[in-house]
Design a protein around this ligand. Sequence first.
Ligand SMILES: *Cc1c(COP(=O)(O)O)cnc(C)c1O
Length: 404
Amino acid sequence: MYMDYDASTPRALATEAVHAGREDLAELGLHAPPIDLSTTYPSYDTRAEAARIDEFATTGARLDGPPVYARLDNPTTARFETALARLEGADDAVAFASGMAALTAVLLVRASLGLRHVVAVRPLYGCSDHLLNAGLLGTEVTWTDPAGVADAIRPDTGLVMVESPANPTLAEVDIRALAHACGSVPLLVDNTFATPVLQRPVEEGARIVLHSATKYLGGHGDVMGGVVACDDEFARALRQVRFATGGVLHPLAGYLLLRGLSTLPVRVRAASATAAELVRRLATDPRIARVHYPRVGGAMVSFEVYGDPHDVIAGVRLITPAVSLGSVDTLIQHPASISHRIVAEGDRRSAGVSDRLLRMSVGLEDVEDLWRDLTQALSAPPAETVRAPRAADGSAAPSRPVGR
Ligand SMILES: *Cc1c(COP(=O)(O)O)cnc(C)c1O
């Protein structure tokens, strides 16, 4: 479909962000990408359909022409996949209904080959940790640090998995060194936090790059999705698993994610500049015990407070107290209570997720407005002492809700 793309004249990321996956639009007489909501596709030629289904079942390759049925493929979602693959410098990408559906498909591809063992480095996003640790898909996990990966690999190891920067501590790994330590075992890097704007793990030797597209790729807090960027062979295996297990992205979500990609470089760079300024201020603030900010930069900031982290969350007014990240507005949450609650307390703590840690996803607001809100929230009195004034009759008025 995008035959006239010429890889010999590489284009900059900002250019790819607004053009990749859309090369055929002018020829179609369109400007905005069309949304194809079909669940089925008519054909009078049953023999040809049978051949196309056989071809997909044996190779997993993208179908030429209409997808037969919407669980096999979708033209709108395919545009998003093409664009994301280009941004990550990968052969291909396969989109799913969520980041967790994407990770599930990766694990199933490997487990179906009998490679049920996973080596993983903590911290990971709480639910990724849970999926591996609980063995919900029949996989078995060995947790280690990056230096221990080579020794943890066994004959049945199907995957090495890391996040860098990691959720929620923003810890980083040396992807190139780790890819080397993995040998022939595929390295999966969850690149949700850095995005291809700041880091392209495929160029550093990772075979699989995973995104919760719900975060920066969508970018507006209104679409859920996941995507895996990888080589052709792995993408074909993922398409076969997606077809059989059904974790497909809705085409409207595919449309929104493609649109999100077009502003990704601008959003990430602007929010990162604001985040870096907030980091500078937090680093010298006497109420802050420790600030976490990765070398690669980005719009995620984590910090440990001396005071009660619950009071900070209850005290924000402009910043939204909510889980998730990567939206145009700033969100703050307490990982030990929310995003990493499902990880056992001991595992959480040993992974560096302190009970005093707060994780903030910096958005596109003005830095001074954000700082004003953050600094007043950090000074917020303990929630239980904030009371409404007594009513005129002397009875105790209900305590004022401190949060929103
Ligand atoms: C949110 C998140 C996920 C899970 O993605 P969903 O879209 O919520 O399923 C995976 N990895 C990281 C780093 C995340 O932040």
